[in-house]
Design a protein around this ligand. Structure first.
Ligand code: HAM
Length: 420
């Protein structure tokens, strides 16, 4: 029986990898230019990290995690996102003793058992960055400016940025009381999840995707209107910074984000082109997370973007990135001696970093020429056993059709020194 891909996963074939490599390079360059170091961390972690990090009351922890026991009975979970793993590493590797802020970026796969649809997969990729140890809105502004640099490096202009502030442990308790008061008589008519949220984390009532619940929440009080002095000052500092950088945004008081760790600033880059959810990138500040996972009281802020959604956005804007590489030289051979000579020469050229092709299927000269054309080769060298004995070869410049007589033993130098 044929075995197919698990639902919600995909293969990325070489043709498509050109785009992936392009955006990976662009993201890595933008981050490195701003002083971020790359971090890699495990695909699976102890389940507790996500229960406590992402939050027990989130959809991710309640419904979407790939959790399993290993052969020793430990509960492990495939990472549903990157922040919790980075924070675990920050604490475990003692990064709070390094000069702060510590700035990290990552390019990872993540796993969520979600309803698969346009822009929503079970294995997906995220590019993300996190800053630890910087409390001021300068850090919030920096993560947005990195994203803005990255989007412009890809030719994406005017991606809509929505921002909000969701308060902190000082202002949220009073706001939660207000929220519960608002929902007190309405909660009966809301979905089963919301009934739980009402008890465990009322802020999440505002994030329900059920249409009836959305309608009920329409007149709920916004946290943005109930911030403490520190959060309000932070939020205006953030907005002023964006204004000074001429970065457009709208304040969307409805953004509360789907993860529990956020405090103060939250933001999303959204687009209609990427499916029902519309969010290409989401992030925010998480000032209590490091401490709640056993570290020091260190503030944090970051973002992750869905790479598949980013690619959808690029496609709908008609932006094409990266070109297939052209083989520099293709050896078209007839006869055993010529084949052996070309095999050695191509090996030496490849070692010298030259993209070199030759036939592996014992094809005719005509078929080899066709293959060289199809691959958009820059130069071909046709050689038979006679040419080998006379130390002669003809190099053809494929773009112009021009041919040059050369000695066989000059080919390596000509190609590597780019003096054909
Ligand atoms: P998130 O909003 O859960 O935030 O995910 C970030 C991005 O990952 C989303 O905006 C979306 O583009 C992409 N994404 C999420 N789920 C899927 C899916 N099932 N299929 C395809 N793409 C998806 C976080 O993950 C936080 N860790 C962001 C963060 C970093 N906050 C602070 N630092």
């Amino acid at each position: 029986m044929k075995i197919s891909l698990p639902k919600g996963t995909k293969d990325i074939l070489p043709g498509e990898m050109i785009k992936w490599n392009y955006i990976e390079n662009a993201f890595s360059n933008v981050c490195k230019n701003a002083g971020y170091g790359e971090i890699r961390f495990p695909v699976f972690e102890y389940t507790d990290l996500f229960n406590r990090g992402v939050g027990d009351s989130t959809d991710i922890v309640q419904k979407e995690m790939y959790t399993f026991e290993d052969k020793s009975g430990r509960s492990l979970t495939l990472r549903p996102e990157g922040t919790a793993g980075v924070v675990r590493s920050y604490i475990e590797k003692g990064m709070s003793s390094l000069p702060q802020p510590v700035k990290l970026f990552y390019m990872i796969t993540a796993y969520r058992y979600e309803n698969v649809q346009k822009g929503r997969y079970r294995e997906f990729n995220q590019f993300g960055a996190e800053i630890f140890g910087a409390k001021s809105p300068y850090a919030d502004i920096e993560v947005i400016s990195i994203l803005s640099n990255f989007y412009s490096a890809l030719g994406i202009r005017n991606l809509a940025l929505e921002i909000n502030s969701i308060g902190c442990r000082v202002c949220r308790p009073a706001y939660n009381i207000k929220l519960k008061e608002y929902y007190k008589d309405k909660i009966k008519g809301m979905c089963a999840d919301c009934k739980k949220r009402y008890e465990t984390n009322p802020l999440r009532l505002l994030d329900c995707k059920n249409e009836n619940c959305i309608a009920i929440s329409a007149d709920a009080p916004f946290i943005t209107d109930n911030l403490c002095g520190e959060c309000a000052t932070h939020f205006s500092g953030f907005k002023n910074g964006l204004d000074k950088m001429n970065i457009d945004y709208t304040v969307n008081k409805g953004i509360v984000r789907g993860l529990d760790y956020y405090t103060k600033t939250v933001f999303e880059f959204v687009s209609e082109n990427v499916g029902t959810q519309g969010t290409i990138c989401g992030g925010g500040r998480y000032d209590g997370l490091v401490e709640s996972l056993g570290g020091k009281d260190v503030p944090g802020i970051g973002f992750s973007m869905g790479v598949e959604r980013l690619l959808m956005e690029l496609e709908s804007r008609g932006i094409i990135l990266g070109k297939p590489e052209r083989p520099e030289i293709y050896f078209v051979t007839v006869g055993e001696k010529a084949y052996a000579y070309a095999r050695n020469l191509s090996c030496a050229l490849r070692k010298a970093g030259i993209f070199t092709e030759m036939d592996l299927l014992g094809r005719s000269v005509k078929a080899q020429m066709k293959d060289a054309n199809r691959k958009n080769t820059i130069y071909t060298v046709v050689m038979g056993d006679d040419e080998i004995s006379q130390n002669k070869a003809v190099i053809k410049i494929m773009d112009t059709g021009e041919k040059k007589d050369v000695s066989l033993d000059s080919i390596f130098k000509r190609i590597t020194e780019k003096k054909v």
